[in-house]
Design a protein around this ligand. Structure first.
Ligand SMILES: C[S@@+](CC[C@H](N)C(=O)[O-])C[C@H]1O[C@@H](n2cnc3c(N)ncnc32)[C@H](O)[C@@H]1O
Length: 250
């Protein structure tokens, strides 16, 4: 198996720059009434915690122990409970099944070897209750190839607990032949005098899946597509969509 993107390296910064909320209403609606939810690639709980607050019992799986520690700290500080499991999505066995399994934030694409995506989907299949459903999200391939991603953009600026400023810069490159994108994430911490204290580079790689490829892998894993949406507003999946969001059943 190829290596995973090591989010341990930026777990202390993740919540400062990942402030996206565009998909939270979707997950809250889809999670309504689910007694138990398995979130694969839960990270620091951006999606898990709203689902716990809504009444679901959540099991959070992630390969980064530091991301999960952050999630645990946040849950404790808010008086919430959830089950946390450090595991690789390609190879985990929790010994139970779930009525709802989710892979949000297009995180299946963290697996750059396409066979690994099939392996992860097989693990989803193995943990799905007979009448359960899974929801797996990906970027639509058309969104990955447009524009000049190599331009470095200032994406966010925040003030750290020590009063220093953190700037978050982003650029992307895309290898169309290999279907592999690389995200160049640069974090710079400046003190009040504008002196650079720390600079950190994180370069997670991700796979861009063509629709036909991922749909074949879903079938190979023993799952069938019961809904295919193109956005978090439940719009139909078309060639112009931004996302590929699949509802899957056994
Ligand atoms: C972009 S973050 C998304 C986290 C969270 N779901 C969210 O919406 O903010 C991707 C997460 O996937 C996790 N991850 C990457 N490869 C993984 C693997 N092979 N198995 C389990 N988790 C993995 C990373 O550790 C990271 O926490």
């Amino acid at each position: 198996m190829s290596n995973v993107n090591n989010y341990d390296r930026i777990a202390d910064l993740y919540d400062l720059y990942v402030t996206a909320e565009y998909d939270i209403p979707f997950w809250k609606k889809e999670g309504l009434g689910a007694s138990e939810v398995l979130e694969v690639t839960a990270g620091t709980g951006r999606v898990s915690l709203p689902l716990v607050k809504q009444g679901s019992r959540v099991t959070a799986v992630d390969s980064s122990w530091k991301q999960l520690q952050r999630l645990q700290q946040k849950a404790v500080s808010e008086g919430l409970q959830l089950d946390i499991v450090k595991a690789d999505m390609r190879d985990f066995d929790l010994g139970k099944t779930f009525p709802l399994i989710i892979i949000p934030f297009q995180s299946l694409q963290e697996l750059t070897d396409p066979c690994d995506a099939t392996a992860a989907l097989r693990r989803v299949r193995a943990h799905l209750a007979p009448d359960g459903r899974a929801i797996v999200t990906l970027h639509h391939p058309s969104t990955q190839t447009c524009g000049d991603g190599r331009l470095l953009r200032l994406v966010d600026e925040s003030v750290l607990p020590n009063g220093n400023r953190m700037l978050f810069w982003l650029a992307r490159s895309y290898d169309a032949e290999a279907h592999i994108g690389t995200s160049y994430q640069i974090y710079e911490e400046y003190d009040v005098d504008g002196l650079l204290h720390r600079k950190r580079l994180f370069t997670p790689r991700y796979r861009v899946f063509e629709r036909i490829d991922i749909e074949q892998r879903i079938a190979t894993a023993g799952l069938r597509i019961t809904n295919a949406w193109g956005g978090y507003d439940w719009s139909p999946l078309t060639d112009e969509s931004r996302f590929m969001i699949y509802e899957l059943k056994v």
